[in-house]
Ligand binder design. Structure first.
Ligand SMILES: Nc1ncnc2c1ncn2[C@@H]1O[C@H](COP(=O)(O)OP(=O)(O)OP(=O)(O)O)[C@@H](O)[C@H]1O
Length: 348
């Protein structure tokens, strides 16, 4: 059974519909990440589940029970929100113990739970330290320990690693995933960073303007973005208007091969960078000039200006084979990296 269920939940701020009939479930032990651009309603969704923002329509259910009228502190949630900073006047142990003290947990039980949590987040000796002496990553771990302390049935994280630098985020995201798996935690997290969401989540939810536009496993969403908005949001640049006729799509770049069975008619087409194959310009049908190269660890991303017009291509290429900036290249497309997007004008 789903631990959390949002059944057509809407939230209004005055005239503005910040959540528009959102449907979403989170199963016991599952991590779901909500992803979307600024203002798409991610934080509002968390606040509605937490009972911090009133729901204008629909229902939030936890373990099958409608939460209407249930105050935030009685919902059994662990919150780690951007605006819930650590208490600077308390030491680390005092911060972690906060929720337990509020529930009048006996002192010895508090002390042993705090020690257990400090161990869990990898800071076994940090209990007496002042919060101000911790690094950003350590503070984040303490905030997580504080949210976990009362044993919440659902852990809700708003931009859990938002303030930290990229290196630390990438490390912590792996640690978090392992920790949640070990504890069997049920997690609803919000982030605007797709890498973070894809690394952490069993399923991702992509939001736009208060609506859920796609829901699926990271692999599903990555391989088959629901529409051009999701594709662009994920960072894909090669998205163009097209008209599919049989095994070919007419595009501003000329005809592109499309996978068998693609529905005929007007649409948008995504070509993954790995599907833009570069060769020598000699004898090639389509040609272009390399405008830029960006190193991405084991491969290079190239920006290529088509000589025949149309938007630039983004191509990924092995380090050794990457042409120089200014080089003329031939271009072909791999049909399996061409995705026909069902999006229409209204989803752009
Ligand atoms: N208290 C409020 N009063 C009025 N409008 C609000 C309020 N809080 C949020 N909004 C509006 O509701 C919409 C959704 O906001 P929300 O904070 O949920 O977005 P978000 O996706 O979390 O954005 P970000 O990534 O920037 O944090 C936005 O248009 C925002 O301006």
């Amino acid at each position: 059974m789903s631990l959390l269920e949002l059944d057509g939940v809407s939230v209004r701020y005055g005239e503005r519909l910040a959540l528009d009939a959102v449907r979403l479930t989170v199963a016991e032990g599952e991590t779901v990440c909500v992803l979307g651009p600024s203002g798409s309603g991610k934080s509002t969704l968390l606040r509605a589940v937490a009972g911090l923002t009133p729901v204008a329509g629909g229902a939030v259910r936890l373990a099958g029970r409608d939460q209407r009228g249930v105050p935030a502190h009685r919902r059994g949630l662990g919150l780690m929100f951007q605006d819930h900073q650590l208490f600077p006047q308390r030491d680390v142990a005092g911060n972690i113990a906060f929720g337990l003290r509020m529930r009048r947990t006996p002192k010895p039980a508090v002390a042993s739970r705090v020690a257990e949590l400090l161990e869990l987040v990898g800071l076994p000796d940090a209990g007496p330290r002042a919060v101000a002496t911790l690094s950003g990553g350590e503070q984040q771990r303490v905030a997580l320990a504080r949210a976990l302390a009362p044993g919440p049935r659902l852990l809700m994280l708003d931009e859990p690693l938002g303030q930290l630098d990229r290196d630390l985020r990438e490390r912590l995201v792996v640690e978090l995933r392992q920790l949640f798996a070990r504890l069997g935690s049920t997690v609803l997290a919000v982030t605007h960073d797709q890498g973070e969401a894809f690394a952490l989540a069993d399923r991702v939810v992509v939001m736009r303007a208060g609506r859920v536009v796609q829901l699926g496993s990271p692999v599903e969403v990555w391989r088959r973005p629901a529409d051009a908005f999701v594709a662009r949001f994920l960072g894909f640049r090669n998205v163009v208007d097209a008209e599919v006729r049989g095994a070919v799509a007419d595009t501003p770049w000329g005809p592109l091969p499309v996978p068998a069975g693609a529905p005929a008619g007007r649409c948008e087409v995504l070509v993954r960078p790995s599907g833009v194959r570069l060769s020598t310009a000699e004898g090639a049908g389509l040609t272009g000039t390399v405008l830029a190269r960006t190193f991405r660890g084991d491969h290079v991303l190239l920006l290529v200006r088509p000589e025949g017009g149309g938007p630039e291509w983004e191509a990924s290429c092995a380090l050794r084979a990457a042409p120089e900036v200014g080089a003329r290249v031939g271009v072909t497309f791999e049909p399996e990296d061409v995705v026909v997007l069902p999006g229409t004008e209204s989803t752009r």
